[in-house]
Design a protein around this ligand. Structure first.
Ligand code: ARG
Length: 467
């Protein structure tokens, strides 16, 4: 069958003029993106409305035509918003679908003028930037809610002390709040990165045409203003093919999921019977179908597990992106699904993390019971440093005290002053004051340390960030 001008707008392809044969139906399906790019129907419509105005400003269409295009597009938008838009065979992508429907509503003699000087290449690049920018701002909000939850917890539980770990071995006493805030600082960095990348992507591609630019002196500054862009893409070839914002967004999502995964891993470990530092709320746990006693941290395991798919989306996209010659190539259509998937995963994960963190019960007595005197070995070395002994020596001496206590099957606090004096003459009565977890914590009062004042300073600083 040959394509004829007698075909209905629905059956005629946007690019059909030079084609005589029909596509393989499998190819039609393979080529189509409507199943996922309909998600930015609104960006596509507002982009077209701005473009119609810009065409009228240059008298390429009349003001009356521009207002008919505008109103017709409003009707198309209303159909999407009320779930009444019917996707038809031949609606290859959202741009095709919206234009087809617009033609049915206002007539193709007017709708057919909308695409003058525009290409789906600058159109899709514009739509997708608008979508990531506007939806991305919602992620900033939920991320800030997570940080706020961490800050509230940290402030309420500032008195709670626990063992701090390196290599998952007990290391030094810390405040529980200090640990929560460590995660909050990662999220703070994620928040800044997201805001920065949203700002960076806010450059307008529209007016780049298919690749070489727009031949109708379209006012790109006007378009940028209409569509809320801060700058113009400075080169039309770059304008249609740059997808760095996709790469940045996917990297941001991957790294944020890494942080959520690491936070989850901490809580999974701390919620085991062996640690017992925290207990997950029932709302975020599940039971076992077989073992009645089980309470599993499924929420945290899912958060940890979902980081994998986001990272996979990023690497998949990077592989597709790297091979594309200048300028637009259909490979670029592969940019959307990983972004939508990452977006949904992040939106869900951030909210679940907030839920878990805000409902968690902590067990300070278990944290305290896990502390051991050997965690103060560094403090013992520091005690001697304050008496003028070089640290390299004091580290060794303290190590000997640890060994002596081990040999005697007691703690260092049980060693006598004579034992200590035998290790070094600078030891005195006041060595007994070293065996104090709270004191060890308060000694670490340089900015960023775990003392009460320096933890409170972090809380204050995050609070002012959130304001
Ligand atoms: N659906 C396409 C995409 O997502 C729109 C651009 C099509 N451009 C083209 N020259 N075929 O990339």
């Amino acid at each position: 069958m040959t394509t004829t001008t007698a075909q209905t707008p629905a059956a005629r392809k946007l690019w059909g003029g030079r084609f005589t044969g029909k596509n393989d139906p499998l190819m039609e399906k393979f080529n189509a993106s409507i199943s996922f790019d309909s998600r930015f129907y609104k960006a596509d419509i507002v982009g077209s409305q701005a473009y119609a105005k810009a065409l009228a400003l240059k008298q390429i269409i009349t003001d009356d035509e521009a207002s008919k295009l505008h109103d017709g597009l409003d009707k198309v938008l209303a159909e999407w918003e009320s779930n009444k838009f019917v996707i038809q065979d031949g609606d290859e992508d959202i741009h095709t679908a919206n234009e087809r429907r617009l033609g049915e509503i206002i007539g193709t003699s007017i709708s057919g003028k909308l695409h003058t000087g525009r290409s789906r290449n600058d159109q899709v690049a514009t739509d997708f930037r608008i979508w990531v920018r506007d939806e991305g701002r919602k992620l900033v909000v939920v991320l800030k809610e997570l940080i706020a939850t961490a800050v509230v917890r940290a402030e309420n539980e500032i008195d709670v002390i626990m063992p701090g770990y390196t290599h998952l071995q007990r290391a030094q006493p810390i405040r529980w709040s200090h640990l929560i805030l460590a995660h909050a600082w990662s999220w703070h960095a994620d928040c800044q990165r997201l805001e920065q990348l949203l700002d960076r992507l806010n450059q307008l591609p529209l007016g780049s045409g298919a690749l070489a630019g727009n031949p109708f002196q379209i006012d790109r500054d006007f378009l940028a203003k209409e569509l809320g862009f801060d700058r113009l893409m400075p080169n039309s070839l770059y304008g249609v093919s740059d997808r760095d914002f996709v790469a940045e967004f996917l990297f941001w999502a991957s790294l944020t999921m890494v942080h959520i995964s690491r936070f989850s891993e901490d809580l999974i470990i701390y919620s085991t019977g062996e640690f017992g530092f925290v207990q997950l709320a029932d709302a975020y746990s599940t039971g076992s179908s077989l073992m009645p006693q089980k309470k599993n941290p499924d929420s945290l395991e899912l958060l940890r597990g979902k980081s994998g798919r986001v990272f996979g989306g990023m690497t998949g996209f990077m592989m597709a992106y790297k091979g594309t010659p200048s300028t637009y190539n259909k490979d670029l259509q592969e940019d959307k699904e990983p972004v939508f998937d990452a977006y949904d995963t992040l939106m869900g994960s951030l909210q679940i993390t907030t839920g878990v963190l805000s409902t968690l019960t902590i067990r300070p007595e278990r944290m305290l019971a896990s502390m051991s005197i050997d965690m103060l070995a560094t403090d013992l070395a520091e005690y001697l440093v304050r008496k003028g002994v070089p640290f390299r020596e004091t580290h060794h001496i303290s190590g000997e005290a640890v060994r002596l206590a081990e040999e005697r099957k007691c703690t260092m606090a049980d060693l006598s002053l004579a034992d200590f004096k035998a290790l070094h003459p600078s030891f005195d009565e006041d060595v007994s004051q070293v065996w104090n977890f709270e004191q060890s914590i308060e000694n670490r009062c340089t900015p960023g340390g775990t003392s009460r004042a320096t933890v409170q300073a972090q809380i204050d600083s995050l609070k002012s960030f959130l304001q």
